[in-house]
Design a binder for this molecule. Structure first.
Ligand code: ASP
Length: 585
């Protein structure tokens, strides 16, 4: 080994020892003939001291070291007079007697401090430098701990890690596939898996009983902030189970990981139906760290001659605790907030429910304080609250109130970093109708089974009412994982394919293999998948963004800034593949 110790392990116990350290020059400063170098590696930082008064050549060499030079230094461990309690090695320093420069470094284009001056793109281009920063480095190492804890738990429960292929056929997770041309079979293409869904089900047919895989998935979706075209799933499947078995098993896994990685005990996960989540929180991944529930106040507001409300499909409200004294500019700001195109509400009505019980609204012309009291009751508001009211089509009203609730939760400091509020959202609808095409689509994916008691809605054509055996794990408003109990017989699988409008030919072309497999003794089975990137970011730091938890992420335009990919390929390669590229401007 080139070193005797790492930069993170020497303490007062090592005083007097002769040691050799290797690492990167983090900081370098001179003071009265002494050069101090903070030497950094993955394990920590150790202070090196070079004394030019004792060895001029050595002193000069040390003074010439640039930031991020890779060096090797030998010397004696001594107690520091000026101790640094913030770092593990803060009580000692090394009086260096020999210095070797292993490699020089250009000056980094941004500082590698926690508060870096590097822009997003720069940091992605020089990802290897960014990854030297303490927080990013720790994210990667903690992510490893999360993955390790996942493996420990699943291994202990008898799950076998089985690999599935990347060069496959289409997967029905609802996104677009990334396509890989086949050179040997010209004109034919592989698809990269959006998930190993069909393979893990087939592994159940094969009899493996409990499968898992920490696996990369690829989805060619329209780019949105914090969406990665490739991401990692903890993908799991079990045989001979019902929904309850899955919920127990993976609630257990999540608790185990939080305990292992953060030493946190999560509470029992409550269950909420999809219908309740939509009704009271406005979306299917409610942030339950705080209340401020959405209330439908449609019947309380109608019939007073105010057209906007009288003609609205729905009127909903939230009561914001202690905000009745909001100023005009503050309420105006909220009106603008809901009118943003992403939300698309026409406007916002508010009622100030004074601490003294007074009621004043932005539509006082139409409503008396007695009328407004009815609104307040319907919204479960208390004196001192600001009641925010949105009206219009149900979907827009719901979205606006959902966003407004989250915004007010943030403003009032209710979305606390040190609070974890996990839950299961259950009873998702099986299918939903696409607004544009009118086509029915699977809400989860078409292998999801439905509740027996809702079966009759197929015959009556009330497809939206059919509830699936599908579930999502949600923590603090973030979907961490989701899955379902699957269909495991050919007849029902065909029925589902027909329901979502697939023709016999399409089914035959895309899914014959799984329908065939279902005819050879498929056991009842179900499973789920966690997004590991998100699971790690939530576990480690209660953060929604995932980019800082992936070693080499893509930017918002789906580009790898470091490799500069995607990129064109040369003519010869295209020819070999039998592909002609025509670029539309
Ligand atoms: N394959 C699903 C997904 O990627 C998860 C599951 O149903 O197990 O969302």
């Amino acid at each position: 080994m080139l070193r005797t110790h790492t930069c993170g392990e020497l303490t007062i116990k090592n005083i007097g020892q002769e040691v050799t350290l290797t690492g990167w020059v983090y900081r370098n400063r001179e003071m009265g003939g002494l050069t101090f170098v903070d030497l950094r590696d993955r394990y920590g930082v150790t202070q090196l001291v070079f004394d030019a008064n004792k060895d001029k050549a050595l002193g000069e060499k040390a003074a010439s070291l640039g930031r991020e030079y890779v060096i090797r230094a030998t010397g004696k461990v001594v107690e520091r007079s000026n101790k640094n309690a913030k770092i593990a090695t803060g009580e000692i320093e090394i009086i260096v007697s020999a210095l070797e420069i292993l490699n020089a470094s250009k000056t980094p284009p941004f500082t590698l401090e926690e508060e870096t001056d590097g822009g997003e793109e720069q940091r992605m281009k020089y990802r290897y430098l960014d990854l030297r920063r303490e927080s990013l480095k720790n994210n990667m190492l903690n992510r490893h701990k999360v993955a390790k804890a996942v493996r420990e738990y699943l291994d202990e429960k008898g799950f076998a890690d089985i690999e599935t292929p990347f060069l496959i056929k289409t997967t029905p997770e609802g996104a677009r596939d990334f396509i890989v041309p086949s050179r040997v079979n010209q004109g034919e293409f592989y698809a990269l898996p959006q998930s190993p869904q069909t393979f893990k089900q087939i592994l159940m047919v094969a009899g493996f009983d409990r499968y898992y895989q920490i696996v990369r998935c690829f989805r060619d979706e329209d780019l949105r902030a914090d969406r990665q075209p490739e991401f990692t799933q903890v993908d799991c499947e079990m045989s001979f189970v019902e929904q309850e078995d899955i919920l127990q098993m993976f609630e257990g896994m999540t608790k185990y990981v939080f305990k292992k990685v953060r030493n946190l005990d999560l509470p029992t996960f409550p269950r909420m139906t999809y219908a309740d989540a939509m009704k009271y929180y406005g979306n299917d991944k409610p942030d339950t760290r705080f209340g401020m529930l959405i209330h439908d106040i449609t019947t309380a507001v109608k019939g007073k001659g105010f057209k906007v409300l009288d003609e609205a499909e729905t009127v909903g409200a939230i009561a914001v605790t202690g905000a009745s004294e909001y100023s005009r500019s503050q309420t105006d700001e909220l009106v603008e907030f809901v009118k943003r195109p992403q939300i698309g509400a026409k406007g916002l009505i508010y009622v100030k429910y004074g601490a003294d019980g007074s009621l004043k609204s932005s539509v006082d012309k139409f409503y008396t304080p007695e009328d407004l009291k009815k609104w307040a009751d319907a919204a479960e508001a208390k004196p001192g609250d600001l009641i925010l009211v949105v009206s219009g089509p149900a979907s827009i009203t719901r979205r606006a109130l959902c966003e407004l609730r989250l915004e007010m939760g943030t403003r009032l400091g209710l979305r606390k970093k040190d609070v974890y509020s996990p839950l299961w959202v259950i009873d998702f609808p099986l299918v939903e109708q696409d607004a544009e095409s009118g086509r029915w689509m699977a809400c989860h994916h078409p292998f999801t089974s439905w509740k027996k008691e809702d079966e009759h809605y197929f015959e009556s054509g009330e497809l939206a009412k059919i509830r699936a055996n599908a579930y999502d794990m949600v923590i603090n408003g973030v979907e961490i994982g989701g899955g379902s109990i699957r269909i495991h017989d050919r007849k029902n699988q065909e029925k589902m394919f027909t329901t979502i409008g697939l023709s016999k030919e399409e089914v035959e072309k895309k899914f014959a293999f799984i329908l065939n497999a279902f005819e050879y003794g498929a056991p009842p089975h179900g499973g789920l998948a966690f997004g590991l990137d998100r699971f790690a970011s939530m576990t480690i730091a209660n953060e929604e963004s995932i980019r800082d938890y992936i070693a080499f992420p893509k930017n918002n335009a789906g580009r790898d800034m470091m490799m500069d990919s995607p990129s064109t390929i040369d003519e010869a390669q295209l020819k070999e593949l039998g592909i002609k590229v025509e670029i539309k401007q």
